[in-house]
Write a protein that binds this ligand. Structure first.
Ligand code: ADP
Ligand code: MG
Length: 328
């Protein structure tokens, strides 16, 4: 088949137009889990399905969503077990795994203490020491009963005053779910940013890595201490610069030390974890913040394929590599 010259010119024009449309990334954002969720990538991303997936997860595990599965489990604490989806059941199992791995620094049933620090969803109240002492009595993960019967899944909190709070794992799980949805939809490049819980899928269109800034905890938002380059990896930071308040000259923040019920204060002021598993990063970033430099460093060094960046109170930046990273 032979084309005439004007036809060729038109064809080239159409190809250029098509490829330039195709290379332009688009971003959509929405509020889910009470936070700004942003997805950037090709226009082929099934955005409607992304939001549906996130809202669906929210209706299962967000304790602030009335009647979510976790809200029901909390409401029925000490009364009866509640049937939940396999998704919720698996998330609680994962949360328990990380709670044990971190020697309790990550605790998914810290709700009885966390709620003392809140007015609604705002973290702004300094509780009385007696209230914290009482709250801490209801945070024993051994009082969580998981059971499976005839293909159905149940969760029961044996202690009537015990409450799940999945704020330290939810966004990581959500990022992993979006990643799976996009991969199943044939998308291999996207930036998933769920309230700072980031997953860089594949590479950018030009083949370069996703560049993620690590916030300077002592500077304005958007000022970075370091930039991390990732492909198919998640970057999750827990920092005291988020959700904090100052009372009588002391800064209090939302990452609580389960051994004291107070804002964690063990030398780390920002804890970033990098790995392909966003759920793991979310749990471990919170846990490492709580554990402090020595314990957190040992933990990350013992894990395959994990990297951590800790910013210390002194301003020092400490980079730690997991086992297999060291060998690379
Ligand atoms: P962010 O929500 O800012 O991403 P984190 O992932 O560190 O930060 O999660 C902090 C949230 O997790 C808190 O707002 C609270 O809901 C919950 N939380 C606080 N301390 C702990 C803890 N030690 N273990 C598990 N969850 C915690
Ligand atoms: Mg976390």
């Amino acid at each position: 088949m032979r084309f005439k010259r004007p036809t060729i010119v038109i064809l080239i024009f159409i190809i250029i137009l098509f490829s330039s449309c195709n290379t332009k990334d688009v971003t959509e954002q929405n509020i889910v889990f009470g936070t700004v969720c942003k997805i950037t990538g090709s226009s082929q991303i099934p955005f409607d399905q992304v939001w549906e997936t996130l809202r669906n997860l929210e209706s299962k595990i967000n304790m602030n969503t009335a009647n979510s599965e976790i809200d029901q489990v909390n409401a029925k604490a000490g009364l009866e077990k509640v049937e939940v989806s396999k998704t919720t059941y698996d998330i609680i199992q994962t949360a328990l795994y990380y709670s044990k791995l971190t020697d309790g620094a990550f605790n998914p049933v810290l709700g009885s203490v966390i709620q003392l620090w809140k007015d609604g969803t705002d973290f702004c109240v300094l509780p009385a020491p007696e209230a914290i002492e009482e709250g801490l009595k209801h945070t024993d993960i051994n009082k969580i009963e998981l059971s499976e019967l005839n293909g159905k899944y149940f969760i029961y909190l044996e202690d009537p005053d015990m409450r799940f709070d999945l704020g330290g794992i939810g966004k990581g799980v959500a990022a992993d779910e979006v990643k799976t949805l996009l991969l199943d939809s044939g998308i291999d490049s996207a930036l998933i940013n769920l309230g700072g819980n980031i997953y860089g899928m594949g590479t950018k269109k030009d083949g370069s890595s996703w560049k993620i800034g690590i916030q300077d905890p002592n500077a304005e938002r958007g000022e970075y201490l370091k930039v991390v380059e990732v492909n198919d990896e998640s970057v999750v930071t827990s920092g005291s610069y988020e959700r904090n308040f100052i009372k009588d000259g002391i800064k209090y923040h939302h990452i609580l030390d389960p051994s004291t019920g107070m804002s964690a204060n063990n030398g780390i002021i920002s804890s970033t974890i990098i790995n392909s598993d966003s759920t793991a990063c979310d749990c471990l970033s919170t846990a490492c913040y709580v554990m402090g430099i020595e314990k957190a460093t040992k933990l990350i060094q013992s894990l395959d394929g994990f990297k951590a960046i800790f910013i210390l109170e002194s301003g020092k930046i400490l980079e730690v590599q997991g086992k297999s990273n060291e060998e690379i």
